[in-house]
Design a protein around this ligand. Sequence first.
Ligand SMILES: Nc1ncnc2c1ncn2[C@@H]1O[C@H](COP(=O)(O)OP(=O)(O)OP(=O)(O)O)[C@@H](O)[C@H]1O
Length: 662
Amino acid sequence: MAIRLGMSANVQLVTPSKHGRNHGYPERIPVLGWLRLASPLVGRRRMRLPPLVGRWLRWPPLVGLVVVDPPQESRRLSRRLSLSLSAENERALAPAVTVRRTFREFWPDTRGLRRFFVAGVVLAILAALCEVAAIRLFGYITDTVLATRDLSAFWSPALLWLGLATLAGLTSFVGTYVTALGAERFLLGLRDRVFAHIQTLSPDFTENRRLGDVMARLTDDIQAIEQLVGSGPVRALTTLASAVFFAGAALFLRWDLALITLALVPAFLLVSKLFAARFRNAAARERFSNGAMNSVIEEGLANQALVQAYNQQRAESDRLHAEGSSWLRANMSQAWLSGLYGPAVKVIETVCLIVILGVGAWEIAEGRLTLGGLLAFAAYLALLYPAVQNIGELALNVSEAAAGSDRVMEVLQARPSVTDSPDAAPLVSRARGRVEFENVGFQYPGRPRPVLRDVSFVAEPGDLLVVTGPSGAGKSTLAKLLLRFYDPDQGAILLDGADIRTLRRDSLRDAVTVLHQETLLFSGTVRENIAYGRPGASSEDVVRAAELAGAHEFILRLPQGYDTPVGQRGRLLSGGQRQRIGIARAILRDTPVLVLDEPMTGLDEVTAARIMEPMRRLMHGRTTILITHDLRHLPEDARVIALEPARASGGLRLKRLPAAHI
Ligand SMILES: Nc1ncnc2c1ncn2[C@@H]1O[C@H](COP(=O)(O)OP(=O)(O)OP(=O)(O)O)[C@@H](O)[C@H]1O
């Protein structure tokens, strides 16, 4: 984009986009008045300095060189923001980390990408040098062609100018592209790393947190880190280089004129000071309202069935309206401030320009300055502004990134409650499936009392062991221990005589299938959900598993058969259908040990009876631990044990019950 400056200058200015994804690489927008450069910096005292030094350091080109640390106030702002946004969950907060620690942690993630960032810096510097030269040419043309009306002197500088503009455009384009490529790859890699780490943690890591908060860490926070570690240094270096070039060129041209314009700095400082705190408060309110509004939308949509069943549509709409109204108010106060700030700064800018032109005109009249020199001088100063503003924004990015990296590092530092021991071994062949609990005691972290105490039982290969007991007695906890989501505090769990702590977790989990109370499905097709049991399974295998699970007929009746999407968490299917897909998946997985956790919950009598047959097929030849309250549909040979809370001890005792028969 081009602007008209003075009489005929056609100047392109470089500034970063504050919002939006430009990866910190400079983009071009028109800006008038270099003095506005002080605006992002005032009101945030970076360092305590003697008044005189402080005043001089606020002189724009120097400020650009001394901003090395995020302003304390913006750091506090970020902290306050993250405090208020995540006040419900203290785990969302993490200790503050320094920028250096952020670099130490995430710099290795730039491996393989640094060449993109280096290329970005080199190309941006080249583009800035082209700008400097182009402005010089513009001044030359003004003096040798416009002032003398000698067209013959026009063509060669004009062609050179065109060449410079083309080169600047090309370098800018390639620089933007390679920086974006580096930044996007950094995001991809870091997101993969954090997500993979979360996958190694016990499921209670996510269960104990708000899902929205974990997702924000994988998206916004990671992006903030990228702005600091990836494209941040590119921006810092190119901005510094640009500031030095443009300040140097202006001072070289007329150092005395450059100093005169400093007289107007206090006016900018005053306006900026008046606005800075209000801007920050409005932004903090906007972020907070935005978060609150998003959680209402998320909860409302996720629980839509509950909302409608309880006739709470109106209440939910009111809740959203209230949060939306706060958001609107916060946005309007931002709009009011920026609406007012723009014209206020414009007035001062205009005064500044008039002063430069006035003094310049006097200098020209005195023969100490040419017209081209004056216009080139004004253009250099105008280019200096965005460069220095960039540095001010960089400081803001640094504090945002520090807050983001706190939260991401907290995730990366979380250790799985269970890990493989160094000498853990895989199962050498398919397990026979003998499962033994030997005096197992267990207490959930942070819970006052043990949930299991002295639990012992054996399930021989192919056995069906039924575990029953009142709600909350710890039946599902047995399955979590068998899968090693947790390790018992006392006793041991053995698979084929080997303590499962000596086995590799992936190998152990390959030997055990758990069918949960509510069948968990992904939002893919029926086929994909069944094949999840054995990735790479053939279509025939999927169909055969569905037939054994008694699911084939109903699947064929679905609109697209096996390719019918099951909807979010399988909600387009009935409970019984979901259950049969779960059974087909388990059949396909074909493990020697099976844990069925309340497989009949929520199913009516007829459906439950219908599912029994496929369930028997699934259990056939496998060691099965069936967790259930419902002892009606059990086979005759089932052994039943009951977990009961022991009142005095606060633990549990185990009781053997006779098998219940249909
Ligand atoms: N991740 C967890 N962190 C802390 N406590 C937990 C966790 N999961 C379960 N508990 C607690 O452990 C106890 C046993 O839970 P568990 O799910 O094993 O019971 P259950 O016998 O399967 O109950 P139900 O029959 O209702 O499914 C409960 O008091 C529960 O609150």
